[in-house]
Design a protein around this ligand. Structure first.
Ligand SMILES: Cc1ncc(COP(=O)(O)O)c(C=O)c1O
Length: 429
């Protein structure tokens, strides 16, 4: 073990702004696969993947090699001035994973910037001003992105005025649904509320886009039904509205398929991707049809760093690892084991009200005996898991759920070890 350098003894609580709410006090030295080591040399299992980012595992050797090799060739080949090979190769590799209508990539630096780009593209392409977004969604923290976000008020509260002409419809949250009946009966009611926007609040031909997380992330890991998403797709088609799917958290194999929309039999007009796309390098993408992208005049969107050579070299290596190691397939297989194991724990512990998810995008929601959200239990389970050197994070408006999102290279043994820790943590409540 390499000795920790003296300077990491400095206090993150002093040096990092309070705005960065922190789950752990750890200062990390290195990572590999599922694990990170702190500067004291202690090993932790990272069941957060750095919020769904290191899908190939921390420091996958092929990604590290690609970064090192590219850094020695050229780091910054500014896209307005120079194209670089990694940005072109990664665009080919990315679009090869997508349906033919998603064939051109605008590279950018973060999920929030991808949201900005997608909204700007939709407005330019349709000439329309308004956007429909969904309650509980998270799309980022830049000014327009927080204006379409409603997962928690602290993301947007006290920042008004926000982006105007944003209309919110409810996202199906079946565990806390105000409606009765089967998921399919309920999704019709959710859909009716969406349609009602056009009767009460906004003309459909003023709407540029509907922006949806294919599976809700930050807001609580809610999985919609295929029928609801297909109805939304049809509604968009009926009114010439562009469907933007935010695949920032759900994409890159996380849900057991390369892109979550593949589970539901729909294709977006515009897709955003980030997080897992480059294994931790700050890379994101807006993907759409070239004909739509051509509505952007030269200079009408851009950025200094988009398509950064080192970042897109990491993206290319990440896409290759996804394919060669069949990480979406492993996510599907491990996800089944994880979901089944968590449901067994739920059966013994009614404090877990719901277990839900797709692939390795799984959450457990904690409840009080009266069914209300139980963030106190969540906090206690996180602390217990941390004491056993397992890192977890929350989701949901009230922090009432714990997400379980390990890197997609996780093994069955690691999942089973995790389930044992989780069972002990829940039993200790
Ligand atoms: C679904 C979704 N969209 C957008 C974002 C914003 O991404 P970033 O933090 O890279 O700006 C996030 C981040 O958590 C996300 O989960």
């Amino acid at each position: 073990m390499v000795a920790a350098p003296e300077r990491v003894g400095l206090d993150p609580a002093e040096l990092m702004p309070r705005a960065i709410g922190r789950y752990t006090p750890l200062v990390v030295d290195r990572g590999r696969g599922l694990y990170v080591w702190d500067t004291k040399g202690d090993r932790y299992a990272d069941f957060t993947s750095g919020i769904g980012v290191v899908n190939t595992g921390h420091c996958h050797p092929r990604v590290v090699e690609a970064i090192q090799e590219q850094a020695g060739k050229i780091i910054h080949a500014q896209a307005n001035i120079l194209a670089n090979e990694p940005m072109l190769n990664a665009a080919v590799a990315l679009t090869e994973t997508l349906p033919p209508s998603l064939n051109q990539v605008f590279w950018t630096n973060s999920g929030a910037e991808a949201t900005e780009g997608a909204l700007k593209l939709a407005k330019i392409a349709t000439g329309r001003p308004a956007v429909v977004a969904f309650r509980g969604a998270f799309h980022g923290r830049t000014h327009a992105a927080m204006g379409v976000t409603s997962s928690r008020v602290k993301v947007r509260g006290h920042y008004e005025p926000l982006l105007p002409s944003v209309y919110f419809a409810p996202y199906p949250y079946l565990f806390r649904s105000p409606y009765k009946g089967s998921p399919e009966e309920q999704d019709l009611r959710y859909f009716a509320e969406l349609e009602e926007l056009f009767d009460q609040l906004v003309m459909p031909d003023d709407v540029a886009a509907m922006l949806i997380e294919t599976v809700a992330g930050e807001g609580g890991y809610m999985v919609p039904t295929a029928r609801w998403l297909r109805l939304v797709r049809e509604l968009c088609d009926r009114h010439g509205i562009l469907l933007i799917l935010d695949e920032v958290q759900t994409g890159m194999g996380r849900t057991g398929k390369m892109w979550a929309f593949e589970h539901f039999g729909i294709v977006p007009d515009i897709m955003t991707a980030a997080k897992g796309i480059a294994s931790g390098m700050p890379v994101a993408a807006v993907v759409s049809d070239k004909a739509l992208m051509d509505k952007w005049m030269p200079g009408s969107h851009g950025g200094t760093y988009g398509g950064n050579a080192v970042g897109t070299a990491a993206a290319l290596a990440t896409l290759e690892v996804m394919r060669d190691e069949d990480l979406p397939g492993n996510a599907a297989r491990m996800g089944e084991i994880l979901l089944a194991g968590l449901k067994e724990i739920q059966a013994d512990h009614p404090v877990i009200g719901d277990v839900r998810g797709l692939g390795l995008m799984v959450a457990t929601e904690f409840v009080h005996p009266d069914g209300s959200p139980n963030p106190e239990a969540v906090k206690a389970v996180l602390a217990k898991a941390m004491a056993e050197k397992v890192i977890l994070i929350t989701c949901g408006t009230y922090d009432q759920a714990i997400r379980v999102i390990p890197p997609l290279i996780v093994t069955e043994e690691e999942i089973r070890d995790f389930l044992a820790v989780y069972r002990r943590a829940v039993a200790a409540l």
